[in-house]
Design a protein around this ligand. Sequence first.
Ligand code: PBG
Length: 308
Amino acid sequence: MRRLVSETTLRPRQLILPMFVAEGIDTPRPISSMPGVVQHTRDTLRKAAVDAVNAGVGGLMLFGIPKTRDAVGSGAVDPDGILNVALRDLRSELGDATVLMADTCLDEFTDHGHCGVLDADGGVDNDATLRVYAEMGLAQAEAGAHLLGPSGMMDGQVGVIRAALDRAGRADTGILAYSAKFASAFYGPFREAVDSQLKGDRKTYQQDPGNVREALREIELDIAEGADMIMVKPALAYLDVIRAAAEASPVPVAAYNISGEYAMVEAAAANGWLDRERTILEVLTSIRRAGADMILTYWAAEAAAWLD
Ligand code: PBG
């Protein structure tokens, strides 16, 4: 009877696996604050991606960790940069078997760790960053990404990327906009995952955790600029924002169950304080119940196998 009256579905196709690939390493590198998650080599990335797709996940979101960084994030626009090379690897391995997504953001590629380029005073220069994002997005589309994930929270980022894609005849490449992205403490472990160089914070471009009206405004703007799907991030501390987004959005809504949310559960489970599998499935079900059509989660492949 519980099955008969169940209101919320959780299916492998609704899960997206974020993956990290590092340049110039021979063996995968564990990320200590995210037990079970690694920085992949190009080779192990390919294998893990195939396994995840075989487990039924709906998509993969790729992050690159370059060997060298500079002030403008040159590795991000370089066709031979690690993220673009890995996208090419995965597209040739997987074709259209999954939705291949790329993080369109500079923080992994800049030596100061900010999501954009800086102005003379050391602040993030919104409009100068937009020009780099347009070039980066195009490079990712050319490398084989089906869907770009602009996550830097610059004003106008969706519009410039959409225009650059269209100008280049890439109308088929879509945009999953990280629209409502909050300046969150829960990103902590991710900073280790990508060897982030950031000092300071992202409060000049990410949102105040207390603001839901602002989140809806960001979503509206991104859709007007051409977003095909939108995202709320983080997920667990923002379930009400996901609900509001789901009610307001005419396009599919994603939620990112981020690194700190992963780390909390893994740490508690490792101590025997929580039942790991039950907790993970409850977390994912809650995010779906709040209204997310799809969930980015580091548990995607494992949970997909359980759900199958
Ligand atoms: C930006 C980006 C971040 C995450 C995804 N894309 C970091 C940030 O904004 O500080 C965080 C994901 C996570 O914490 O799991 N490139």
